[in-house]
Design a binder for this molecule. Sequence first.
Ligand SMILES: *[C@@H]1O[C@H](CO)[C@@H](O)[C@H](O)[C@H]1NC(C)=O
Ligand SMILES: *[C@@H]1O[C@H](CO)[C@@H](O)[C@H](O)[C@H]1NC(C)=O
Ligand SMILES: *[C@@H]1O[C@H](CO)[C@@H](O)[C@H](O)[C@H]1NC(C)=O
Ligand SMILES: *[C@@H]1O[C@H](CO)[C@@H](O)[C@H](O)[C@H]1NC(C)=O
Ligand SMILES: *[C@@H]1O[C@H](CO)[C@@H](O)[C@H](O)[C@H]1NC(C)=O
Ligand SMILES: *[C@@H]1O[C@H](CO)[C@@H](O)[C@H](O)[C@H]1NC(C)=O
Ligand SMILES: *[C@@H]1O[C@H](CO)[C@@H](O)[C@H](O)[C@H]1NC(C)=O
Ligand SMILES: *[C@@H]1O[C@H](CO)[C@@H](O)[C@H](O)[C@H]1NC(C)=O
Ligand SMILES: *[C@@H]1O[C@H](CO)[C@@H](O)[C@H](O)[C@H]1NC(C)=O
Ligand SMILES: *[C@@H]1O[C@H](CO)[C@@H](O)[C@H](O)[C@H]1NC(C)=O
Ligand SMILES: *[C@@H]1O[C@H](CO)[C@@H](O)[C@H](O)[C@H]1NC(C)=O
Length: 861
Amino acid sequence: MGLLGRDIFVLLFLVIVFAFTRTGEAQSSSFLINCGTNSSITVSGRKWVGDLAPNNNLTLSSSGIAASTATLSDDSTYGPLYKTARVFTNGFNYTFQGIKGNYFVRLHFSPFSFDNYNVNESSFGVVANGLKLLSEFSVHGEISDKNAYLQSSGSNSSSSLIKEYILAINLDLLVIEFIPAKGSFGYINAIEIVPVVDTLFAGPVSKVGGNGANQNISWQGIETMYRLNVGGSEINPSQDSDLWRAWEVDSSYMITANAGFEIKNSSNITYSSVNDSSVAPLLVYESARTMSNTEVLEKRFNMSWKFGVDPDFDYLIRLHFCELVYDKENQRIFRIYINNRTAADNFNVFVRAGGKNKGYHQDFFDVVSPKVDTLWIQLGPDTAAGAAGTDALLSGLEIFKLSRNGNLAYVEKYGRGVSSPRRRSSKTQLLWVGVGAGIASVAILATLLFCFCNRWRQKSSETKNNPAGWRPLFLNGSIVNSTANAKGAAGSQNPYGAVASTRVGKRFMLAEVRAATNNFDESLVIGLGGFGKVYKGEIDDGTLVAIKRANPQSQQGLAEFETEIEMLSKLRHRHLVSLIGFCEEQNEMILVYEYMANGTLRSHLFGSDLPPLTWKLRVEACIGAARGLHYLHTGAERGIIHRDVKTTNILLDENFVAKMSDFGLSKTGPALDHTHVSTAVKGSFGYLDPEYFRRQQLTEKSDVYSFGVVLFEVVCARAVINPTLPKDQINLAEWAMKWQRQRSLETILDPRLEGSYCPESLKKFGEIAEKCLADEGKSRPTLGEVLWHLEYVLQLHEAWMRTNAGDNSFTSSQAFGALVEGEAEEGEGPPSLDEETGCSRKSTTRGSHESTEDGAEMHGH
Ligand SMILES: *[C@@H]1O[C@H](CO)[C@@H](O)[C@H](O)[C@H]1NC(C)=O
Ligand SMILES: *[C@@H]1O[C@H](CO)[C@@H](O)[C@H](O)[C@H]1NC(C)=O
Ligand SMILES: *[C@@H]1O[C@H](CO)[C@@H](O)[C@H](O)[C@H]1NC(C)=O
Ligand SMILES: *[C@@H]1O[C@H](CO)[C@@H](O)[C@H](O)[C@H]1NC(C)=O
Ligand SMILES: *[C@@H]1O[C@H](CO)[C@@H](O)[C@H](O)[C@H]1NC(C)=O
Ligand SMILES: *[C@@H]1O[C@H](CO)[C@@H](O)[C@H](O)[C@H]1NC(C)=O
Ligand SMILES: *[C@@H]1O[C@H](CO)[C@@H](O)[C@H](O)[C@H]1NC(C)=O
Ligand SMILES: *[C@@H]1O[C@H](CO)[C@@H](O)[C@H](O)[C@H]1NC(C)=O
Ligand SMILES: *[C@@H]1O[C@H](CO)[C@@H](O)[C@H](O)[C@H]1NC(C)=O
Ligand SMILES: *[C@@H]1O[C@H](CO)[C@@H](O)[C@H](O)[C@H]1NC(C)=O
Ligand SMILES: *[C@@H]1O[C@H](CO)[C@@H](O)[C@H](O)[C@H]1NC(C)=O
C-alpha cells in the first residue's frame, strides 16, 4: 500500500470482522423456489422447483394460499416464474434444510391481482434466521418509487422487484419468516438462494473520514441497494457467472449525464487479483465512464451519482475500476467523494490495479446519519496531481447496506424515489396537495387509508422539505412526464401552434418555400443543425433568405424550434438575426431568416480558406455579438439567457456586422427558472460554464463565460476543443487562461495578426476574457461591462492605427487585411451602451449598417 501515498492520510483501513462463515470444502448448492405451486419450471436455463414439489428440502409451516395468474409479467427474464405466488394472511415460514455458509438470498415479488386481495395494499415483514430483512414492506410502494426515479431520467420502468441479501448461515438451516402487517397480507413469487464465495468481501475497506481510531465492523447480513455497470449496458443475471446478479445501467442515477463519457474496450481484460473472479463479471470492466470526453473538457466539475438510501445505516460502497485507455501510470489521477467528504485522493487506477485492462475494486465504508436519505458518489479532479489530475474513471458501483443490531429493515417512506431536488416544483406540489385532499375526502371507508394517514402524518412531520412525499402512489406515471417536456425550452409547454399564432412575421405557403429553395435543393444547403438543414433561398421580391427546415423526426428539435420562434418573435435588434417569417404546413416547420452573407464568425477565424479577419474586425464582431447578448440579458421584459454562445452562432452580414443567432436553447432568466425542471445541461462543449455544471443553475453569467471563450477563440483562431493537441492545450479556455494569467497571451496569438494589432488593446482584451472566465459567476462582469471595455479596446486599437498609418512595417506585412480593413471609422468619444440602436459609433462610412435586413447565412450547430 506504500504506493498509495497520500491516501493514507485520508483513509483508515479497517479490520473487518466477518460474521461470514468459512464454508471450507462443503459443496453448497443453490435453492431455486417457484412459490405457490407444486410444479417446477425452467427459466433462463435454471430449474425452479415448486414450493410444494416433493423432496425439495423445503418445509412450509402452513400452506398459505397458492395464487396464480394467467397474465404474464412483462419482466423479460423471470416472467414465467411470476405467474404464481404464495399469499399469506398469517405468519408463514419457509424452512430450508441442508444450508450452511454464505448465500445470496433473493426474494422475488411481482404484483398481480387475485381474488379478494388488492396486491397494492399488501404490507408485511420478513425475518431470516432472526435477522429482520423487511418490515411494513409494500412491494407496490417500492416499485412505484423506483419507477418514478427511473422514469424521471428516461429509463424503462419495471413491474417486478427483487430484494437481494447476503446472509451468513450458521445453523444448517434457514428459516425465512413472512409476517403480514395487522389486517393485511403478504406474498412472494420466488425465492432464490445462491452460494457466495468467501472472498467476495475479503479485501481492505477504507472508512470515509476515518477518525483515526481503528475500528472493527461486523455484520450479520447485507442488503444490496444498488448494483450498476457504469458506462455500459445492463447485465442480466445469466451473464454474471454463477452468482446471477443483475447490473443496472448507471445513467439514471447521474446528476449530469453529460459530465461523464462512456468508453468501452472488451479486449484482453483480466482481474487484477486471482481471487477477484467472483467480484464482478469482466463485462463490468469492459465499459467505464470518464471525464475525458474530447468535448467536455471543463474538468472543473465532478461526475456525480445520487442514490436514495435508508437513513441511519452503515454502507459498504464498492467501486470497480479498470483503466482502458492509458498504458502508462500517472495519466489519470482523481479524487473520490462519498457524501461530500473525500473518500480517496490521488487515486490512480493504473497503479492500484497493476496496469491497463485490469479489473480492480475498492471498498469504502460510510455511515449515513439519521437525517440523511441520499448517498452521493462523486469523482472529480485532483488538482494536486497537475495535468493528470483532471480525469476520472469508474467502471462499476455497488452499494450495500449493513445490518445493525440484527436489523436490516427500514420502514419505508414511499415516495423517496422522486425526492431529489430537481423534481420539486411548486406546480407538482400543488398537484400533490390536490390529489391528497381528494383522496382524504373518500378516506373514511377504506382500511388502506388508515395506513396512509398514519404514514402521511409521519411523513409531513418528519420531512417537510420533501413535498414529493407520497405523490407517486396516487399520480402513478403521470408526474414523470415533466422531464421529457422540459428538455430544453421554456416554450415547450406551449403547443407549437399557440406559439406560432402569437408571432409576428409573414406566414409563408409551403409552395413559396419550395419555390424559394428550388424544392429544397441540396446544393443550396448552407448549414446543418441539430434539428435540420438550412438552405439559402430567394423569396418573391428577390430578397435572399436563410431557410431553416426542421426535421420532423426530431422531438428535441421541435422544442428548440418552438423556443426559437417564441424568442425571435419577441425580439428585434440590430445584433440579433431577424426572423422574416415561418411556414407550418403539412407537418413542416420552417423558419425564414435574414440572410447573413458572410457566414459564421468561426469560418473567418480558422478551418476555412477565407482570408483572416483583421484585429479591428474581430473586435468589432465581438462588440456586435456583445450588444446582441446585452440586449437579450437586459433589454427584454425578462432577462433571456442565450445558452449557446459560440462562434458558429455569431453570424456576419455582408458588412461584417455581427449578429447572434440560434435561440433554440435560449430561455428566459431566473424569474422562470426555479419552477422549471431542468435535468440536462445544454449548450456546446468547450464553451460551457463550469459553474452551471456544478450547480445546475443557469444565469446570465453562463453566457458571459461562453462569451469569454469566444474572445479567446478570436485571439487564438483555433477550435475551443482540439483533441489532437497535447493534453494541456486541448481545451482552449484552460490553455488561454494559463497564458493570460502570465500576462503573455500574445504567445498564443493567431500568428496572422502579428504586427497588425495594438499590443495595448490585446492586453486589455485578454483581461476582459479572463474576467469572463472567472470560476464563479458572481465574479464575472455583466455583458454591459464587457461591452464597455470592448469599446475601449477598439478605441485603443483605432488610435494606434492612426499613429501607425503609413508605417511600412505594418502595411507591408498585412496585405491580407487590406481587403476588409478599408472602412476605418472616424468616430471618437466615450463609448455608449445604447443597446437599443446597438450603435455607439458616432459616424459610419456606410449607411448599410442600418439596412442589413437582407443577406445572411445560417449555420447550424
Ligand atoms: C399438483 O397440484 C395439482 C392440484 O393442485 C394436482 O392435481 C397435481 O396432482 C399436483 N401434482 C403433483 C406432482 O403433486
Ligand atoms: C435435497 O438435499 C439432498 C441432500 O443434501 C440433495 O441430494 C438433493 O438434491 C436436494 N434436493 C433438491 C431439490 O435440492
Ligand atoms: C416461524 O419460525 C420462527 C422462528 O423459527 C418461529 O418463532 C415461528 O413461530 C414460526 N412461525 C410459524 C407460523 O410457524
Ligand atoms: C395497483 O397499482 C398499479 C399501478 O400503480 C395499477 O396499475 C393497478 O391497477 C393497481 N391494482 C389494483 C388492484 O388496484
Ligand atoms: C426500454 O425497453 C425497450 C423495449 O424493451 C428497449 O428497446 C429500450 O432499449 C429500453 N430502454 C432503456 C433505456 O432501457
Ligand atoms: C478488532 O478485531 C481484532 C481481531 O478480531 C481484535 O484483535 C481487535 O482488538 C479488534 N479491535 C477493536 C478496536 O475492537
Ligand atoms: C482495446 O485495447 C486493446 C489492448 O489494450 C488495444 O489494442 C485496442 O486498440 C483497444 N481498442 C480500442 C477501440 O481502444
Ligand atoms: C493480454 O494480456 C496479457 C497479460 O496482461 C499480455 O501478456 C498480452 O500481451 C495481452 N495481449 C494483448 C493483445 O494485448
Ligand atoms: C487469494 O486468497 C487466498 C485464500 O483466501 C489467499 O491466501 C491469497 O493470498 C489470495 N491471493 C491474493 C492475490 O490476494
Ligand atoms: C452533498 O452535497 C449536495 C449538493 O451540494 C447536497 O444536496 C447534499 O445534501 C449533500 N449531502 C450530504 C450528505 O451532506
Ligand atoms: C466535487 O464534489 C466535492 C464533494 O461534494 C466538492 O467538495 C468538490 O468541490 C467538487 N469538485 C468540483 C470540481 O466541483
